[in-house]
Structures are given as C-alpha cells and as structure tokens.
Design a protein around this ligand. Structure first.
Ligand code: SF4
Length: 213
C-alpha cells in the first residue's frame, strides 16, 4: 500500500488512542484541505503487508486501542486497503478500525472494489471536507457534513447508524474516555433508507423493500 507516514498514540482521530496511518494520493481534492501535500501519490512509498502489521502490533503494544486510516484518500487504493484491514482484523480483532474518506458511504457501496474494506471497518467518517461547514467544535471531524457511521451496526441493520457523541468525547491524560461499545449511536433514518438497502445488498443479505404495501 502507498503510505506517507504513521503515528502511534495519536489523539486526533477519535476518542481513544490510535495508530494512525496516512495514505498518499487523493483524487477528491477538496478546497481548503489540510493535507494538500498528500494529494500526490509520490508523497508516499510502498509499505508491504508484513511491515504494516508490525507497525500496527507495535502500536497495540504501546496501548493503542485503534487503527485509524486517513488521507490522502484511503479508498483511492480500495483493494490494498481491504486486504490490509482484513489482515489487521484477523490478527488483532479487538483493535477498532476507523477510516476517514472523502467519498460518501453511498458512493463507496457502488464500487465493488471497496466492499472488502467496508466489511471490516468499524467506524467510517465519510464525505468531503467542505470549508464553509468547518467548525472548531467538531472534535474529530473537519466539517459538519461528514458523518461518523457505525459500520458494524449499519451492516446488520437497514438504517445508517451514526455516532451521536463522537465530537464531544475527549481523551484525558493516558486514558481514553470511551470505548467503541460506549459510544451512543443514532438511527438516522426512521424509515428503511435507500442507503440501508444498498448496505443490505452489498453484503449479500436479503434486500430490504422500501415502502412495503
Ligand atoms: S478527501 Fe481528505 S485528503 Fe482528499 S482533499 Fe478532501 S480532505 Fe483532503
């Protein structure tokens, strides 16, 4: 996978300590992006799966509770992302995987190459950075259009389930204040949604019929 850098014990990508990995290359190119230096794929270098897993294990041994993948745009390398994350999930199943993407979940569900990664990600922060929606109170997101989606619950429901309190949780000292099991989820749609139907179909479960007669 083409990666630019990593950091252990990062406090910037969610309410627990992460091993954070920056991918190189971004095709989305939002205005006002903070990582313009990572738009060019040449900003990174190839990191093999074994070295990647060593980095993740090293972070786990230092106390990291999660792996966060940020950009650049992680889904510009969808197959490698899926394979690497699946390997992490098999090796360290208790590690929470968060991915930040400039694509929406709906757009990713239309791309078969993105399916493997979408099967193993725990939290997906989706959507492009929109400068006029940027807000200093957003905590671990750049702009308010970006959703924090609990993909574990979304995969098993017909609703997209967003995390309600992601922005308000902070890490204090050496401790993380909440684990993923303590985060509050919100059912965003009261009716089965189009996106929920796409999730069901993407993961080969029985399709949900909207507006059943
Ligand atoms: S998707 Fe992320 S890395 Fe790419 S331009 Fe938007 S904010 Fe920057």
């Amino acid at each position: 996978m083409n990666l630019a850098k990593f950091r252990h014990r990062s406090l910037s990508e969610g309410p627990w300590r992460n091993t954070t990995v920056w991918t190189a290359g971004c095709s989305i190119r939002c205005r006002g992006c903070f990582n313009v230096n990572l738009w060019d794929p040449r900003a990174g270098h190839k990191v093999g799966l074994v070295d990647f897993l060593h980095t993740v294990l090293d972070g786990r041994n230092k106390g990291d509770k999660g792996l966060a993948v940020v950009g650049g745009e992680p889904f510009d390398q969808p197959l490698a992302l899926g394979i690497y994350l699946m390997a992490v999930k098999l090796l360290v199943p208790q590690l929470t995987i968060t991915v930040y993407t400039g694509f929406t979940l709906e757009a990713l569900l239309k791309r078969p190459k993105a399916r493997l990664a979408l099967r193993v990600i725990d939290f997906l922060v989706d959507g492009p950075f929109v400068r006029k929606l940027a807000n200093g109170n957003l905590g671990y997101r750049g702009s308010s259009n970006q959703r924090v989606i609990d993909l574990v619950k979304t995969r098993s429901n017909r609703w997209v389930i967003q995390i309600a309190d992601w922005d308000n949780l902070v890490v204090i000292g050496e401790d993380y204040i909440a684990g993923p099991e303590q985060l509050l989820g919100t059912l965003v749609n009261s009716q089965p949604s189009e996106c929920g139907r796409m999730v069901k179909e993407a993961f080969h479960e029985e399709p949900v019929h909207l507006n059943p007669a």
